[in-house]
Design a protein around this ligand. Structure first.
Ligand code: ZN
Length: 57
């Protein structure tokens, strides 16, 4: 599965507003901020950008 680059550009971490990067191996969106670094799941191709559902990688 892949996340379109255009989508990645507009998505931000809901916790810190940092940029998100797609992790192929874990199929998660990882916050690029080192102090935050939350990982968000993607379910059925839909990023779940909820802090309640995120976890530290
Ligand atoms: Zn973040």
């Amino acid at each position: 599965m892949e996340i379109p680059a255009e989508l990645l550009q507009i998505l931000v971490c809901p916790s810190c507003r940092g940029a998100l990067a797609w992790d192929y191996e874990s199929s998660e969106l990882i916050c690029s901020s080192a102090s935050c670094a939350l990982a968000y799941p993607v379910e059925g191709g839909i990023p779940v950008l909820l802090v309640d559902r995120a976890h530290k990688p």
